[in-house]
Design a binder for this molecule. Structure first.
Ligand code: FAD
Ligand code: SIN
Length: 536
């Protein structure tokens, strides 16, 4: 059990965490920055991003107003327009910085101009990409840049368990307690199973999404909503959790895969068309933008066609596309399909929607400040107001960079005035034993994913939300009993965190008596005239 002090504690080593750490390290070489990451530094949602990063790049064809309008349109009335403008206007500068740090984006053939792609909901070509490996390229760049700064330490296999607040000093903290403060976190060192106390002046949550709450997701196994769950337990504000985005086209694999492999929306932007097994197009029945309509519409259309036809998947037809160009743009997708015996130039690719992105999360303001003092959040774990009820494709990498930068600006005046809280006790593990049977945790996880997939998936209803909440309550009680008596393990903590995430999604879904963006309920199929965020 160690006690560690760091000026700045960053939880997560994806695009949000590393961008913030690099900027801060450069500006304050005398300040210590500790980045904790629960597996390896390179494992994150960031690493798997395919399509790219949206930014207004070609001033002759595109402008900020168009990108703002597309984002607002996708967000179905719940975006905060001032935040959308901030992200769209500051975004290109952040992308330029990343290029200065060494990120490569594809250029047009025989030209120095970037090859800008288009995705669903975008009125222009504005997606910078590196083949279908954009996230990998960004993660690589950030890791190499972060390694240049001696005041950044990245500790791998360190699992943040709980945020430390006045609650740990024996005071009563409830959701309406004013001035809750964060003094750091307790973290499990997975290599020696010890729980360390990490004290910080400022803590920045960059813990990513929670796709693992569903049976089928494009998110890697690390995406278990830990940051949102920790914030909620610490009595911070969380919002809009009903808006879980399902990507329309993950690769259908009959034997099941976790995570599901993504077939990027950029493939549709490149000309691929959604069809049935019989080769019929169907998107004209749902939206005039056809296969390139916003994600919520396409995912619901596929879901509805599958239900009507009683099929396991729908198809993406790429057979009319030019092979050489397809291979140059989508080498990873091509190889993955071929590994399953699907040649995209000869056969249609079977696709199915899968949970992809958490639009809601920790409520933050325009500088990433959460409702808890000394605690910031950026990236997918945060809810800035950019995405509203449905995120526009390729806006999340952009948002993460813009908010990492804004947090870096905001801490400038604060660092000097904040001290460590020395009275924090060490973690108390007295009376806990090894888990009686691991199956209690693994089976709990299966049940949780089933509940969420059957009752709070793409199409919802009152009775389904109620069933989900009833069943989640039982699972919560059983898991809390286990937590109180058993030694902490990452598996137990992830289950606990995902139960909290599931509860937040189901509760927000039950509260929203309308269908808006990603939240569609058969009991209230229409939009309400007034628009509200669901803040918990
Ligand atoms: P992440 O990159 O997920 O990083 C989270 C970090 O937090 C990880 O390092 C993790 O280990 C750490 N962590 C989590 N919990 C703990 C804990 N308890 N203790 C310690 N560390 C912890 N967006 C786009 O804009 N364009 C795209 O083309 C695109 N494609 C995508 C494709 C796929 C397959 C997926 C899954 C997502 C895609 N997205 C895309 C979304 C985008 O990649 C993510 O929203 C974004 O990368 C999130 O970045 P982040 O820094 O917030 O979190
Ligand atoms: C994709 O490549 O389709 C994913 C893009 C995104 O999630 O923004």
């Amino acid at each position: 059990m160690k006690r560690i002090k760091t000026d700045i504690l960053v939880l997560g080593s994806g695009i949000a965490g590393l961008t913030f750490a690099i900027k801060t390290a450069k500006k304050y070489p005398e300040r210590s920055i500790l980045v904790l990451t629960k597996t390896t530094e390179g494992e994150s949602n960031t690493r798997y991003a395919q399509g790219g990063v949206a930014a207004v790049w070609d001033p002759e064809k595109d402008n900020a107003d168009k990108h703002v309008a597309d984002t607002l349109d996708a967000g179905a009335g719940l975006c905060k327009e001032d935040i959308v403008r901030i992200v769209v206007e500051e975004g290109p500068e952040r992308v330029r910085e990343l290029i200065e740090w060494g990120a490569r984006f594809d250029k047009e053939k025989n030209s120095n101009e970037y090859d800008l792609a288009r995705e669903g909901g975008h009125s222009e070509h504005r997606i910078l990409h590196y083949k279908d490996l954009t996230g990998w390229e960004m993660q690589r760049t950030l890791m190499e840049e972060a390694a240049q700064y001696p005041n950044i330490q990245v500790w791998e296999h360190y699992f943040a368990l709980d945020l430390i607040t006045q609650h740990h000093l024996g005071r009563m903290v409830i959701r309406v307690t004013p001035n809750i403060e964060c003094y750091g976190c307790y973290a499990l060192n997975k290599q020696n199973s010890e729980i360390d106390t990490i004290l910080s002046r400022i803590t920045v949550l960059c813990t990513g999404g929670a796709g693992q709450v569903y049976k089928s997701t494009t998110n890697p196994v690390i995406a278990t909503g830990d940051g949102v769950a920790m914030t909620y337990r610490a009595k911070g504000r969380v919002e809009n959790m009903e808006f879980m985005q399902f990507h329309p086209t993950s690769l259908y694999n009959p034997v099941g895969e976790n995570p599901s492999f993504l077939v990027s929306e950029a493939v549709r932007g490149f000309g691929a068309i959604l069809k049935s097994a019989e080769g019929e197009e169907f998107m004209h029945l749902y939206d005039e933008r056809l296969s390139l309509a916003p994600r919520d519409i396409v995912a619901r259309a596929i879901d509805s066609e599958m239900k009507k036809r009683g099929t396991e998947c729908m198809y993406l037809d790429c057979r009319h596309l030019e092979k050489e160009a397809f291979l140059a743009h989508f080498p990873t997708i091509y190889d993955k399909c071929m590994s399953l015996g699907i040649d995209p130039m000869q056969h249609m690719i079977p696709v199915v929607p899968a949970c992809h992105y958490m639009c809601g999360g920790i409520l933050v303001d325009d500088f990433g400040r959460s409702s808890i003092q000394r605690l910031y959040a950026a990236g997918e774990c945060s809810s800035t107001g950019l995405h509203g009820a449905n995120r526009l494709a390729s806006n999340s990498l952009l948002e993460a960079m813009v908010f990492a930068h804004r947090i870096y600006l905001d801490i400038q005046d604060k660092l000097e005035h904040l001290d460590y809280q020395e009275d924090v006790p060490d973690w108390n593990a007295e009376g806990t034993m090894d888990p009686p049977e691991m199956v209690l945790i693994t089976q709990g996880m299966k049940e949780l994913k089933d509940i969420m997939s059957y009752y709070v998936g793409i199409v919802r209803s009152n009775i389904r939300s109620k069933r989900a909440l009833d069943r989640l309550f039982l699972l919560y009680e059983e898991t809390e009993d286990l937590y109180k008596t058993t030694k902490i393990s990452p598996q137990l903590m992830e289950l606990r965190n995902l139960i909290t995430i599931a509860y937040l999604i189901a509760r927000c879904a039950a509260h929203r008596r309308e269908s808006r963006g990603l939240h569609f309920t058969t009991d209230y199929p229409d939009l309400l005239p007034f628009v509200e965020n669901s803040v918990l």
